[in-house]
Write a protein that binds this ligand. Structure first.
Ligand SMILES: Nc1ncnc2c1ncn2[C@@H]1O[C@H](COP(=O)(O)OP(=O)(O)OP(=O)(O)O)[C@@H](O)[C@H]1O
Length: 277
């Protein structure tokens, strides 16, 4: 998957990346630019966590990478391969009255042995009716359907929220196997960090639509410090707290700036009365 908004950069980047985003820009209609000069490069086999505060742009970025958002036509861009799959937290599988079995019998070209493996992994009962199952069971069916077809890049937006801990850990192990044996790449936006220290290979920190940093997990000093290492949760919490404090300082600074002098003339318009002269 390659996105390049700057042909000069594109020419210099090698082919050995499975995700290549260079100079990405994006604005929501009628709004100021939100994603600006975003660059991300990942090699096959990478498992990259996308972390950031609420509203920092993780979902927006994943939707752009999945081709769900349009971008300004004035920018030059190239999307070379469309072999990614986005699993979206807000979509649940299928029509309300479908049986689990009917839902994925519609998925063409799925390898039967992969199907059996996923059904076992996610402990799915083919007789489940989608309107009579729990959110977590419905989520399992959705994930299963998405994973039936092989992919090179998998984009996950907080999909494990409804899963119990066994299903979550088994699914994460499955992704490791996919990355190690097939060279798949996973980009996973989440706020749940349990068990991810050793799962991820990379950590991408997003702040206000910008990539604040892309780190290899084994090179993050706080995670690796012998004897006093922090958990991923503590590391991300400290980053986000710093961001929040900096934002509060900026807001305080703006409030303390002198505003325009107050108009004291009795002939001027006021909040309660306007004069058109
Ligand atoms: N359809 C939209 N139109 C305009 N602005 C939007 C739209 N969707 C999201 N935004 C804005 O874009 C910003 C980033 O939102 P986004 O959903 O990408 O954040 P996020 O990092 O995924 O947040 P969260 O952790 O809460 O899921 C937010 O300020 C949000 O208000």
């Amino acid at each position: 998957m390659r996105f390049c908004f700057n042909p000069a950069v594109m020419a210099t980047v090698g082919d050995d990346y499975s995700v290549q985003v260079s100079g990405l820009q994006f604005s929501y209609p009628g709004q100021a630019p939100f994603i600006a000069d975003f660059n991300l490069q990942l090699k096959p086999g990478s498992r990259c966590l996308l972390v950031g505060a609420n509203g920092s742009g993780k979902t927006t970025l994943l939707r752009i990478l999945a081709g769900k958002h349009m971008w300004p036509a004035c920018l030059s861009w190239r999307l070379l391969e469309q072999d990614s799959w986005l699993c979206w937290r807000n979509t649940l599988a299928g029509g309300l009255f479908s049986r689990a079995h009917d839902l994925w019998s519609a998925v063409e070209g799925a390898d039967p042995s992969r199907r059996e493996q996923l059904i076992g992994l996610l402990d799915i009962d083919l007789e489940w009716r989608m309107h009579k199952v729990s959110d977590g069971q419905r989520r399992r069916v959705q994930i299963c359907m998405g994973l039936l077809q092989l992919y090179k890049v998998l984009l996950l937006d907080e999909i494990t929220v409804d899963l119990d801990v066994v299903a979550r850990m088994d699914l994460l192990s499955f992704f490791v196997t996919e990355c190690e044996e097939r060279g798949a790449t996973v980009v996973y936006a989440t706020h749940i960090f349990d068990g991810l220290e050793t799962w991820a290979t990379h950590l991408a920190h997003v702040e206000d639509g910008k990539l604040k940093g892309l780190y290899k997990m084994n090179e993050i000093p706080e995670l690796c410090a012998v004897g006093k290492s922090k958990t991923l949760l503590q590391v991300v919490e400290s980053w986000l707290r710093k961001e929040r404090e900096a934002q509060l300082l900026r807001e305080k600074d703006e409030l303390s700036r002198p505003t325009k002098p107050l108009v004291t003339s009795p002939w001027a318009s006021s909040r309660h009365m306007a004069y058109y002269r």
